[in-house]
Write a protein of this length. Structure first.
Length: 326
């Protein structure tokens, strides 16, 4: 019964972040490998324990002089060689499937302490390793993917090693400064999934998450088209004025305005995302105000300075304006 309980616990709950509840081709093969190896290992474990118990019950020499030698040759050499070879061949023939050519969009993902720079439909890989994807449609901390297509991530980092892991869709891929790693993913089920940074990278490593939104190819195209448009901002907007006055534009871009900093996340369509601070808080005006005012309480070690010294109504004005960036 305990084994049934463990298996039910591992497989029973559907989760947006589980390698055992796959929603992608690669995650599916990882899950299949896991279950085959788990069942095989349990069978072998039961057989070994059974033989050990059996060995305590027999008299020496009961099965003839050569019995021990035969057991060692067949049970200790031939059996493991056959099983391990079969697993190796099976695993190797799975790999070309995972390395197949992409037929969907190319998306640059730069892992930076402690958020994800994203650019859709980039040309080439020249900028990714320096963390500034060239061309493309910039966004952050949320990746949209078309279902049923093989999309390709170009993954880099400007600072330390991170690792992009979207357990429901694919295995991990490291983001290494100075080089571009490729990961082809093929989501099979529309939905919203969680991704995480899977390589310790500093204080806010645990708060370096992202959302992955899998939609139909038409919805994907419409989304990227919306993201490529500039924000509509009135220059007389109070929140925007405060945003510029306090120098937020030194790090953040809001396309369509004079704010064109490249250090932090592009905020042009900030409020269209599901979370703020890289998957840390749900998107809401209150949480935006909390993050602007108490940045380091939300996310220790983050590069953005907190603006707790500003008056409450000033923070509220900035947060209220950010909320309009749909
Ligand atoms: Cu980035 Cu851990």
């Amino acid at each position: 019964p305990w084994l049934v309980a463990v298996c039910a616990g591992l497989s029973g709950c559907t989760s947006p972040q589980s390698a055992l509840d796959p929603a992608g081709v690669e995650a599916q093969s990882v899950a299949t490998l896991f279950w085959v190896m788990l069942v095989g290992a349990v069978l072998i474990w039961v057989a070994v324990i059974g033989l050990s118990v059996f060995a305590t019950k027999i008299r020496p020499g009961a099965y003839g002089e050569k019995a021990g030698l035969r057991l060692i040759i067949w049970g200790g050499c031939v059996f493991p060689v056959v099983v391990l070879t079969a697993l190796l061949v099976w695993g190797l023939q799975m790999m070309p499937v995972l390395r197949a050519e992409a037929n969907g969009p190319t998306i640059a993902v730069s892992a930076e302490r402690f958020w994800w720079r994203v650019a859709y439909d980039v040309e080439g890989e020249s900028g990714v390793a320096r963390s500034l994807p060239e061309g493309g449609v910039p966004s952050a901390n949320e990746i949209w993917l078309p279902v049923g297509q093989r999309s390709e991530f170009l993954i880099g980092s400007p600072d330390v090693i991170h690792s992009l892991w979207i357990p429901s869709i694919a295995g991990k891929m490291d983001a290494i400064p100075g080089r571009v790693n490729r990961l082809v993913v093929e989501p099979t089920k529309p939905g919203v999934y969680n991704g995480v940074c899977a390589e310790f990278c500093g204080d806010a490593h645990a708060q370096m998450a992202l959302r992955v939104v899998v939609v139909s190819p038409e919805e994907y195209d419409a989304y990227v088209a919306r993201q490529s448009e500039p924000a509509s901002v009135g220059a007389e907007d109070e929140g925007f004025r405060r945003f510029m006055e306090n120098g937020c534009d030194a790090c953040h871009t809001v396309r369509g305005t004079a704010a064109n900093g490249r250090v932090g996340p592009d905020l042009t369509h900030l409020a269209s995302r599901r979370t703020i601070a890289a998957g840390t808080l749900p998107m809401s005006p209150e949480n935006l105000a909390t993050f602007v005012g108490f940045t380091h309480r939300v996310k220790p070690g983050v590069q953005m300075p907190g603006y707790g010294m500003l008056a409450e109504d000033e923070i509220a004005a900035i947060a209220g304006w950010l909320e309009t960036l749909q």
